[in-house]
Design a protein around this ligand. Structure first.
Ligand code: HEM
Length: 476
């Protein structure tokens, strides 16, 4: 299946780089349709790697096949995060959050950051586990309150963000910051990131660095970190990082501490919040799956909980991440010249691997537009080249296990206590995925909720052809 690269086991031919098919896109089209629609259309036409040139300016090579991911895994160091050259989003991230793990330079800087972070994001840590349980209780209460009124939930997104914040604020920072303040910071981070990505050009590095809003924001996150350090509550991420970075004797490391802490905080709020939001949307459209989770929760009552013990709930999380991957594209830059699909891709080229294209390709997934959790219950082994919601290889998501635990735990609790459907008055167009820094629903998503044992007042509303995502235009 993966032998698509001439030169692997055969005599290499010299092929000129021009042979990679090229698509041109205007800025107007890119802005009105979005990058996902543009690469989807390009991929349909070329069915392999292609070059995308945006109005004579930036140039990307789209690598949307499983074979391309295999090549990436086999030549991991040939693809690096471009943290210096704008307009790559990693270079923008580097300006905002410096040497945080996500934007760390490949090599020693990344290795040290990963070694420091990995043990601090384990779901087994007591403080982390306690926060996870409290966040699950909180969102369940929030749903039950909505169920007891007549209004339902008019916008699920802020609830998902607050849930994600409640999962990590205490274990990462301690009580130095309130949930409201944490949520405000995350929202601000998201806005700054998105604004800067839009502003970034190949040569405005200095202007971005000195942007007054960015400077004010950086001062705020430093102040917040200093505040958390005053108490440095035991078993918090901030206390552990301060110790490893020896802040007491090496105050110059404070910059890295702020970057590491805030990088982890932001990575662990927007991503899980987005994933939860999509899980709830898919469940709301597939009420029989809510029942299946509830049955699983009942069986778990007498045994110690773990994600291995709840295959149905995990299949919901995985299927949601397949159909609506929070990170639909993964950016890299070639660190040397490579040869893919028989074409040369020069060193320094920006490339995109795309969970979005791969997860929705008929070649790898049967009826890919359907939300069908059974595909994951039947799969014996996940193929890393056809399923990559958490990235791939050594720079994959360090918080993957934490997120899977948080999501499964919460869905079990929520589905055993309530039923929910989409509000029939909501514009179904709002559900269409839209990519900004992550894959979010395009508009406000409202729910009707009822306690377990009864049904939301709108349960007669069509669950929109059970599994088919086409019926509400889930294409971008
Ligand atoms: C559903 C939730 C999540 C999703 C879908 C997700 C997705 C991803 C993806 C796709 C990558 C790889 C990016 C790339 O290769 O360019 C990544 C990396 C990363 N994620 Fe997550 N993430 C999630 C939750 C979390 C959480 C809870 C944390 C907590 C700390 C976290 C922290 C990070 C960090 C620090 C990296 C960079 C890792 C490295 O470069 O070594 N993420 N994430």
């Amino acid at each position: 299946m993966h032998n698509e690269f001439p030169g692997q086991g055969e005599e290499r031919m010299t092929i000129s780089p021009q042979q990679l098919p090229t698509e041109h896109v205007t800025l107007k089209r890119l802005h009105s349709f979005g990058i996902l629609k543009v690469i989807e259309d390009g991929f349909k036409q070329h069915q392999g790697a292609f070059r995308l040139i945006c109005e004579g300016e930036s140039e990307l090579v789209i690598l949307g096949k499983a074979a391309h991911v295999q090549y990436w895994l086999d030549h991991y160091d040939s693809f690096v995060k471009e943290i210096h050259k704008l307009p790559s989003s990693s270079a923008v991230g580097r300006i905002i959050l410096g040497d945080s793990l996500t934007f760390a330079k490949d090599g020693e800087e990344w290795k040290n950051g990963r070694k420091m972070t990995a043990p601090l994001v384990s779901p087994k840590l007591e403080r982390t586990h306690a926060a996870m349980a409290k966040a699950a209780d909180w969102i369940t209460e929030r749903f039950l309150t909505a169920a007891s009124g007549t209004e339902g939930i008019d916008d699920i997104w802020p609830i998902c963000v607050e849930w994600a914040a409640r999962n990590v604020l205490d274990p990462f920072i301690g009580s130095a910051i309130s949930v409201e303040e944490g949520v405000r910071f995350v929202t601000l981070n998201h806005e700054i990131f998105f604004r800067m990505i839009q502003m970034a050009t190949a040569d405005n590095q200095e202007a971005l660095r000195n942007d007054p809003e960015l400077l004010a924001y950086q001062a705020k996150i430093r102040e917040l970190t200093e505040r958390a350090l005053v108490t440095a509550e035991p078993d918090t991420m901030v206390a552990a990082l301060a110790q490893t970075l020896d802040i007491e004797n090496q105050p110059q490391n404070m910059v890295s501490l702020v970057n590491m802490l805030m990088g982890n905080l932001f990575g662990s709020i927007d991503n899980p919040a987005t994933n939860l939001c999509w899980c709830l949307i898919h469940l709301a459209r597939n009420p029989e799956v809510i029942e299946r989770i509830q049955e699983e929760a009942e069986k778990l009552e007498s045994v110690a909980w773990s994600i291995q013990r709840c295959p149905v709930t995990m299949a919901v999380v995985k299927e949601s991440l397949r159909l609506t991957p929070v990170s639909p594209i993964i950016e890299r830059t070639t660190s040397e010249t490579v040869e893919i699909d028989g074409c040369r891709i020069d060193k320094g080229t920006n490339v995109i691997f795309s969970p979005w294209l791969i997860h929705r390709n008929h070649e790898y997934w049967e009826n890919p537009a359907e939300f069908n959790i059974d595909r994951f219950l039947q799969l014996k082994r996940l193929d890393p080249t056809t399923y990559l919601p958490f990235g791939q290889g050594k720079r994959n998501c360090v918080g993957m296990t934490l997120s899977l635990n948080q999501l499964a735990f919460t869905l079990l609790k929520l589905c055993s206590e309530c039923r929910f459907t989409l509000d029939p008055l909501m514009q179904m167009l709002n559900l269409r995925p839209k990519f900004d820094t992550n894959l979010h629903p395009r508009g406000v998503v409202a729910f009707q909720v009822a306690p377990h044992g009864s049904h939301p007042s709108v349960s007669s509303v069509a669950p929109q052809s059970q599994h088919s995502e086409q019926s509400t235009n889930m294409t971008p």
